[in-house]
Structure formats: C-alpha cells, structure tokens
Design a protein. Sequence first.
Length: 279
Amino acid sequence: MALKTFKPYTKSTRGTILVDRTGLWKGKPFKSLVSPKNAMKGRNNNGHITSINRAGGHKKMYRHVDFYRKKFDVEATVERIEYDPNRSCYIMLVKFDDNSHAYYLAPQKIKVGDKIENGSKKEIKIGNCMPLQDIPVGIDIHNVEIQPGGGGKIARSAGTSVTISGLDGNYSLIKLTSGEVRKIDSRSLATIGVLSNPDQKNIKIGKAGRSRWLGRRPHTRGVVKNPVDHPHGGGEGKTAGGRHPVSPKGQSAKGLKTRDNKRTDKYIVKRRNKRKDNK
C-alpha cells in the first residue's frame, strides 16, 4: 500500500497524508465473526475516567481476530484482506478446508488465494504459524505468545515484527523493536512475516474532524488550566508550570519507570534502548 496525498483545494486537504487502501475488501465484514462494540469513552469498568480526552468516535463493529491459531494441520486459503477500525494493521479472512472461517492478522506480501497452515514442522512461509523451536534464527515473526497457549501478545501492530536472535536451553531469545531481548518458552507459537500497513506511522490526519472520528477530544495544556484542574495550573500571567512535567494526577511525565513486575525480570536478558532525549 502506498501513501495518498491531496492537492490543497481546501485547508483540510493541505498537508493531509493518508494510506491508499486500494486492493482491500470493500464490502461488509464476515457476519459471524463480528459483534457490537460499546465505546468506553476513556472510562474503566467502574465508570471512572482513566484516559482523558477520549469520547465520541465513529460507530464500529468488533472483528474477532484469532490470536491463538490453535487449528493445527488444517490448510487454509486467504479469501480477502480487510481494513479493521480497531487496530492499525490489516486483517485477513481465511477459509479452512473444513469450511470454517477465521480472522488472522495480515502480514506484508500475503495475497488473496495464498495457502497458510498452523502446526509443528511447517514450511517457513509468510503467514504460517508454528512453535518458536521450529523457526530458524534471524527470521522475522509476529503475534508471538509469551506463554504457550496464551495467545499472541507481542508484535501485533502495523509494520512491526520481532526477530529470533538465539537459543538458551528451552527458551528462545527474542529481540524486540525497542532493543529489548527477552527469553520466551520455545513451545510458544509465532507467525512468520512482518505485519501489514507499515505506512500507518506516516499518516497526517489533516483536520480536527478526523481526530473526532477516531474518538479523540481536544487536548488542553496543563499550564493554561486552573490549579484545581491541573498541578501546572494557576499563577499570575503566563507561567512555565513551576515544576517538572507531571500528569493531571501528579505522576511524573518524563522517564518515570512504572514497571512493577519483578516476577518476570529473570526473562529479560537486555533492557530496551534508552531514549535519546533522556540521555
């Protein structure tokens, strides 16, 4: 897929860059694999706002993507590749030889009519899913399980993949895009290939209305609010906030480590690379 630019006939088309979705399925999603999705509007299950400036958005149906890939040794054919409003990469509808259907994440270079398969000792081919112990070192993979049978958790967004960098006993060493190297059980499943829609990161939405379609409300800086609404608020005239940047709840917004899971620290071989602006 290529990027689509526009001539500046209006203010909103000036500078707008979108992804050209020519070639994707233009009809409705597969009916038995979708369900209604209620917009949470930034609230948790108790109704408390946990993510500010989130509300509205276009109505959309949820596509039930199979991250488990447990249908082993049954060949499937890619019927179509679709846009999914709930995620950044594309999805593909596959039909198995037993006439059942499923949605999978679509990797790059997959085409309608391609044959894919799940199971052990399968061909190293884009779209095939198999345990890490059957995949050679240096192959790009996505939708990687952290625990065997737990479903894919790593590398699920547009244009992403991870690489097997080595073996350590019953574990495979996985290098993530952040630079982190992690040990994962070699029985965990992973899918061959790099995920589709790598140009997602180059999109320029062009106008405020498109943000509202995505469920994003206008954002107001903390320094222009009142002290009751934000720690940076208040002051006489224009001020810089008077303290290090924090969230509306007072949590540090610059490099504060929030990871609190020492139980899995032993599986991290190398920490992720530091950001350049934090050096």
